[in-house]
Design a protein. Sequence first.
Length: 328
Amino acid sequence: MQAIVLVGGEGTRLRPLTDTIPKPALTLVDRPFLAYMVEWLAEHGVSEVVFACGFLPDVLRAALGEGEHAGVRLTYVIEPDRRGTAGAIRFAADSLGDRLDERFLALNGDVLTNFDLDALLRAHEERRARATLALFAVEDAAAYGLVRSDGDGAVLQFLEKTGEAAPGEVNAGAYVLERSVLDLIPPEREVSIERDVFPRLVGDGLHGLLLDGYWMDIGTPARYLQATWDILEGRVQTRVRPTAPGLLVGAGAEIAEGAAVGPRAVLGPGCTVAAGAEVRDSVLLGGCDVGAGARITGSVLAPGVKVGAGACLSGAVVGRDEIVPARR
Ligand code: GTP
């Protein structure tokens, strides 16, 4: 089975973290986010992942490198211009040509999940669908694509980001597609699968399957942090080995005596926390320094940030190599 993974977006909601690193290449706990995706796909028999790249493709490519990861072959295609979620699938498919299977998976590259993809594939096959969407039940569907289906899973309505706060089954960003769906995507243009393709497939082979398990899209700072704690506290099974529940201290990180780190925190490799400083509910990517008496809560710091003595950060997202001035 092949999977096309969309990793070309600009990740605007995670700026400034995504100014220099595409969202799917950001470190989540101790590895690039994409590593979780590929490790999950490997468990469901995916043999090749095709990364559909757009924004900062070289940084993305460097995250997992060439060759393979977790036994899965890695292929990269790079869009020459902005294609949108469907245009990107079409471009990747055209790049693969005859090498693309008749049936394949397509996935958003920013979702941490342990969904049973075998069940999704089985449902797709049994119903002879053209496209089958993984659905996830949420309390507030406002930020997602809301999907209504009949008792047999045929999709009756597909409403992209309604903005209405109501519980519902939403598009989880994981699809089984037949090649024939590609005919609905005009080439060399920006086309959205959510807005332009799925609504046209309603009543014509579009199905959904409600899955349970863990599902989190890491596209905002709050959800990026929540995914971090879910990994470190074992609510989703991954290959990460926490230092303690809720805590990861990377190689060479140093915590001075009298500093308080955690119970929830990630200190990336080479970070230092000086005496009297406090780091709680926060992620510090590699090489950050926290000065004496500084206080960091609910924040995400890109690599190389220096926080001056006595400074306070709460709910902050700080870009690479920035300097937060000391405060007396
Ligand atoms: P925001 O700007 O914060 O909305 O993030 P985003 O750019 O990642 O957009 P969104 O979360 O809606 O995208 C869902 C998935 O599709 C992500 O994995 C994106 O990387 C990917 N994606 C969005 N647009 C494109 C595109 O034009 N090309 C490719 N290859 N992937 C895309």
